[in-house]
Each structure stands twice: as C-alpha cells, then as structure tokens.
Design a protein around this ligand. Sequence first.
Ligand SMILES: Nc1nc2c(c(=O)[nH]1)N[C@H]1C(S)=C(S)[C@@H](COP(=O)(O)OP(=O)(O)OC[C@H]3O[C@@H](n4cnc5c(=O)[nH]c(N)nc54)[C@H](O)[C@@H]3O)O[C@H]1N2
Ligand SMILES: Nc1nc2c(c(=O)[nH]1)N[C@H]1C(S)=C(S)[C@@H](COP(=O)(O)OP(=O)(O)OC[C@H]3O[C@@H](n4cnc5c(=O)[nH]c(N)nc54)[C@H](O)[C@@H]3O)O[C@H]1N2
Ligand code: SF4
Ligand SMILES: [Mo]
Length: 744
Amino acid sequence: MSFKVTRRKFLQTASIAAATLPLAKVVSAETGFVRDPFTPPGSFEGTQTVTGGVCEMCFWRCQLVGKVRDKKLVKLEGNPKSIDNGKSICARGNAGIKLLYDPDRLKFPLKNVGERGKPVWKQISWQEALDECGSKLKAVQEKYGSQGIAMFPHGASAKYPMDFFEKVVGTHNVSEASFFQCRGIRDSAYMATFGVAPGESVDMPNAKAILLIGCHFGENVHVSHVKAYLKGLENGAKLIVVDPRYSASAAKSDIWVQIKPGTDTAFLLAIMNYLVQKDKYDKKFVAAHCVGFEEFKKGISHASLDWAAKICDVPAKQIQEVADLLAANAPNVSIHPGRHVSWHGNDFQRIRAHACLTALLGAIGVKGGFVKAKGVKVKGISWPKVAEGGEEHNLKLMADKYHFAPPGTPTELIRDACITGKPYPIKGCVVWGQNPMQTIPNQQRMVDSLKQMDFVMCVDVMPTDITMYADILLPEACYLERYDYIKTGTQWNFADKHQQYIAPRMPLVDAMFERKDEVFITNEIAKRMGYGDKIPVNSLEEKINKELAGVNLSIAQLKKEDGIHIQDGKDPYGVSEDFEVQLYNEDLEDNDYPAVPTYIPVEEVPKGFTRLVYGRSPVHTFNRSQNNVWLHNAMPVNPVWLNDEIAKKMGLQEGDEVSLVNSEGVKSSSKTVVKVTPGIRKDTVYMAHGYGSRNPMLTVGVNAGVDDQELITKMTIDPETGCNGMRNNFVKLVKDGKTLDIPA
Ligand SMILES: Nc1nc2c(c(=O)[nH]1)N[C@H]1C(S)=C(S)[C@@H](COP(=O)(O)OP(=O)(O)OC[C@H]3O[C@@H](n4cnc5c(=O)[nH]c(N)nc54)[C@H](O)[C@@H]3O)O[C@H]1N2
Ligand SMILES: Nc1nc2c(c(=O)[nH]1)N[C@H]1C(S)=C(S)[C@@H](COP(=O)(O)OP(=O)(O)OC[C@H]3O[C@@H](n4cnc5c(=O)[nH]c(N)nc54)[C@H](O)[C@@H]3O)O[C@H]1N2
Ligand code: SF4
Ligand SMILES: [Mo]
C-alpha cells in the first residue's frame, strides 16, 4: 500500500519521540531484543560460565548460560549450543538477574494477620506455615469434599502441585489463566478441526506469505518464534497483518487490514467464500482430507466481500487483495493459529476459521504451511491417581455447558460456585504462579470469591496483587535457582538437518533466604493432608533425574553436554493419509453450536465511549515483571493509544496524564499518559497489559501505569469453551478530574 511508507516513518518517529519511554535506548522497539545496554565490555572477567539455565521470564523457555562470580550471577546469555533461541535472549530474559536479586522478593514464609486484601504480614517458620496449609486444606476437604478446593496455577513449578491436587486430593476445580484467558480456545478449535492442538506450528521461515490475525510479533516476543517470523520476511514472504492498531508487525506488513475489533470471523469467512466461489482453493487437498465441504460451502455462501467489508469496516477490495495474495502463494502460506485468542467471546468460531482457511489453501504439512514438528517426549514423573471418579462434582458436566472447553474448569464456573455456594461451596484456594487479580476479568468477582474462602494460600516469588489475598504466602525459589521442567523441541527453523533437543532446567545459583521449590512444598503439604505414602519423589533433582532416565540421560550427562542434549530428529513435512479436516463438524452440531465457522456479532461501542483493547509490552511479561527495575526503566508506564483526530477533537495531547473509567463506572486506580497516533482506529484505544500493580510491597512497580484488567468488568464468555472474552469493555478518559466523552 502507498500508505506504508508514511506509516513506517511515523512509527519510527513515534517510538523515538516517546520521550517518557527510553525504549529505543534499551531494546530494539520492534523485536524487544536487547542491545546489551547494561554491560560494559570486559566487565565479566573472572566469571565462570554455568550452563543448563532455562529462562522463565516468560513461558517460551529459552536456554541460557549464566556468568557467575563469587556465587553471584552477573549476566545471562543464550546458550550457544541451543538450536532454539541460540545465543539470543530478549530484554526480559536478560533482566532475569533483576528478578533473582530483587530486594522486594519474597524471602520467608508469611502469615497474614490482617485482612485479605489489606494484609499485615508476620514472618513464620516453614514448619508453622506448612502445618497451617496442610491442616486448613484438610479441614476444607473434610467439611466440603475435595471439590471444595480450587486451584489457580501457572508455570513450570505449578505442574507438580497441580497433579497432586487433581489426582490425589481429587478436585476438578483447577483453572489456568494460560488456557481460559489465553490459548485454550485455539487448542480446542483446532482439535475440533484438525484433531490436534496447533501450538505455534507454522513454518514461517519457509513461507511465501504469512497471515497474522492480531498476533503482534515484535511486541509479543518469544525468541525463536520471532526469529522464524523474521527469517520468513528476510526470505521474501509477503506479510498480511490484521489489527485495529499499527502494531510492530503491521509496521512490517505488505497489507495492513485495520479491522474493526471483534469482526475477524466475518473477514475470514469472506476470504474463504471468495476462494471457493472463484475456484481458488486446493481441490486436491480438500477431496483427500476434508469432511463436509458441501455443507461448509453452503454455510459460508452468504459471506460476500461486500458483506464482510461493511461489518469489518475495511474496503471489499482489500479483502479480495488478501484472498488473492494467499491463493497466489498457496500452499506455502502460514496462517498463524494465534496464541492469546480469548478476545470477544466469539472466538472459537474465529479460530475454527483460521484452521479451515489453512485447509482450503492446502497449507498443511508443506513448506511454509502448518507443520507440526516431531519433537521428543520425555515422560514426566507424576502422582498416582488416588481419587476415583468425582465426575459428579465436575462443574463443567454439571452445568452441561462449554462442551469444547480445554482441560481444567472454566474460571467463571468456579467463581460462580464460590459466590453463590451452588452447586456446592468452594472454600479452600491454592494459587501457584498465577495472578488471578490481574489476569482474570472482573476483579470484584475475584475479590468476592477469595473473601468467602475458609483458607487461601499463595506460592509466588514476588509480592503481587493476588498475594495480598493470601492467608499464608510461601516464597518459591525462582527459575534460576532450581531444577525443573525439561524443555524439549526441535530446531527453530526446520533446517534440512532435522534435530531435536532435551534441555532440563538446572540451577545457575543456589536459592537464597528460605526459598524452597515445588517438590518440597507440595510433599510437605501432602504429608500433612495424610498422603505421605503417595509421594512419588523426594526432591526436584531426583524427579528430573528419573525423568531423564526414561530417555537414557541424567543430570550428570547433561552437565557434560553443556545443558542441552541434541539428537537426530524427524522430517516434519508430509500429511498422513488419514489426516482429516472437519470443515463441517457434526459434534458441534450435536451440541447446538454452529457446525460451520460462523460470525457472531459483538456489542457495538456505546455513544461517548471507545473500545478498550490490549496487548503485550515488548519488555514485560504480563504483570510478573513490573517490579523488575531494568524493565520498568525501559517502559515505566503503558501509554493509552488514542487516534490523533479523536485526540484533537478532545483537546488531548501526547503525554497528557489521564485515568480511565469504564461504562460500568469502574475507574482506574492509577494514571497513565496519552499516546496520540494515527495508528489506532477511531473507535478503539489500546494499552499494554499488566501495568498498574497495587501491592505497596512492589516498590518499583506499584501504581506504574494503568491496570487494563481493572477496567475489564463486563463478562463475555465463549459459548463453546467457557473462556473469557476481554475486549468488550468500553471506556472514557478522565483528565484533571473531568470525564471526557469520546467523539464519534
Ligand atoms: N486483561 C488481560 N488479561 C490477560 C491477558 C491480557 O493480555 N490482558 N493475557 C492473558 C494471557 S495470554 C495469559 S497466558 C495469562 C497469564 O496469567 P498468569 O498466569 O496469572 O500470569 P503470570 O505472569 O504467568 O503469573 C503471575 C504470577 O506468577 C508469579 N511467578 C513468577 N515466577 C514464579 C515462580 O517461579 N514460581 C511461582 N510460584 N510464581 C511465580 C508472579 O510473580 C505472578 O504473581 O493472563 C491472561 N489475562
Ligand atoms: N513481550 C512479551 N511477549 C509475550 C508475552 C508477554 O507478556 N510479553 N506473553 C506471551 C503470551 S503468554 C502470549 S499468549 C502471547 C500473546 O501475543 P499475541 O497472541 O500476539 O497477542 P494478542 O493479545 O492476541 O494480540 C494483541 C494484538 O491484537 C490486536 N487486537 C485487538 N483486538 C483485535 C481484534 O478484534 N482483531 C484483531 N485482528 N486484532 C485485535 C491488538 O491491537 C494487538 O496488536 O504473547 C507472548 N509473548
Ligand atoms: S522469550 Fe525472552 S523471556 Fe521468554 S523465555 Fe525467551 S528469553 Fe526468556
Ligand atoms: Mo498467554
């Protein structure tokens, strides 16, 4: 588009001009990769390189080495042996040291002698803390049954306790924000279409065209995935980005579709209908692998280019241009499955459309297409299944809803039960590595759920907003201080020499203060709940060694191999004969859901308001890194992106300090600044997620920027999966105490 040059220029100036954000100094704004800002060359003399680190500043788990001097970690780098991230790590990975040594980190077990939400902390011994957790959880179990305990887990360290609570204690009430507020819909929708969860399995390095719906690589940073994307662009792939905002990816695109939020399914339906009507789809692939083509064809026949253009507020010609570009490059096209996909409560249908479009283009198992890498499986050591049945307490089955939910229980079913006591009370809560205050919409419902509990325990590394609601708060060793999680995979670029890797997390330094790991904590609670005889391993190191033994490896061997075992892999290309694509899915039909991808309209923006959408900060991971001083300095607040013409009408200028209020009257408790830009639609504002912490123990991150979640109070639930849509909240800006209407 001719548009592109000026747009790109504007982005460059915008990122430099954002004077409050010295982002450009620290990281490349587009990739989030560090340009080594803090480390004068030569200052690492006398350090020893320790291998075997696996990053968990986010969940991509890049492989690390650490430079250690006098038992202190002074620098992190990518492990040069890695065939995944290689020597690269991102800003957040680099700043892991500042988490490790954060003076605000949890150091000792704490007991809340104040109120939930307004804690007064008293340091106690591990013995006392564990006795209290064990006895209180046992009491809940005895009084209300195992289903009376809910768990909110996330991350490597939460897997072992989650397994314990599900299989030994026997509760179904486990809800992962990384499913129900993130990618669960994607996995379920692809399962219902391809029969497999997709991961991020698109062969972007070898693609001739890449379609990103919402994905904003460069701000969303997963090192090897971003590398794959950039490699594709370097190799000449055409890039189509569908986003209401001029994201870092949109800035690199050949076609930017500035879509109206919530309407992507209509856009995809029109593309598919056009391809079918014009005979531009892969007939051979469809005949060999697709089920229900005729029903599908009929079901989407209403979706003309003009129909979609009106709904999506983009030119019909542009939709056609996208369709033609995809068809011209088929089958070597990467239709990205998405990752955070719980957007508007109509998302399962959209993600089904991603998968169906991929199939129509024959872009499966071919270079550049949807390609599942053939990785290694390392069998985990798990708790024995003790609790039998319990299905009569499965909230999902009892509600007879959300028949395509991912594993676990939809958050709202758990919170409904907490708040109403129906169909049964939930009175015990274990939070492990999740921050449901800031990652699940409608904070008041979370507060109400937590306040009515008999007992709440949190295991965390930092004092975050959720930890303010704990009765007992336990300090965990962080990812740099413990053995953990065996990361496996294949090389990031599907090179001709197919390889696989096995990389267990090994500590780079010892844990300080009284921090403990998940095996210690879970086992001690298990003993106190009467399950001591079920304990599968006595230490995390033993667990990892046993798991490695399953693939004829050991920690000692891995240490000799610089932390990463590499072996021959398998060619990932090709499609098995029995691979089936459900363009029309009978199971969906039987459960009263649309069997062919269908556009379900979302609520329109009310007069005087604008739609709030959010995404990633390139230098933060959600809220978890907000107190990290390097990352905080790189992007101290999350500016609210406001369309320049709208800003002008409102009399607002770049850098003006504002707060936000939503259509349900909820006001942000902190402030941020306005970013005035043509790079956002007039009916939408955008901000990075994760800011605005309220825990005063976070001396760096507290009240920095605005918490998007605080403003997301209106609930929209995806009917197939029960996942939370989070982009149907409408806001106004407040300046100098005055609430400003948003002009139409
Ligand atoms: N409004 C809004 N909501 C969202 C999103 C959004 O963009 N906007 N994103 C969604 C997405 S994509 C996801 S994946 C989820 C993520 O949501 P969460 O799972 O809640 O987020 P995390 O940052 O992984 O977890 C937060 C907690 O883990 C703690 N933690 C960090 N390291 C460790 C550790 O080693 N051990 C323990 N025990 N705790 C640790 C942090 O201090 C923090 O309290 O949020 C979802 N919710
Ligand atoms: N730096 C960094 N990187 C991360 C993370 C992090 O916390 N920090 N988290 C990781 C995790 S767990 C996840 S799940 C991923 C998430 O990363 P993505 O899956 O890429 O994130 P999304 O939130 O889906 O996409 C945000 C983009 O969607 C656009 N958008 C908003 N509404 C709509 C709409 O209706 N239609 C379309 N087409 N676009 C819309 C926004 O403008 C924004 O550019 O990022 C991962 N990478
Ligand atoms: S992408 Fe960055 S934060 Fe995530 S694991 Fe890799 S280095 Fe760590
Ligand atoms: Mo996520």
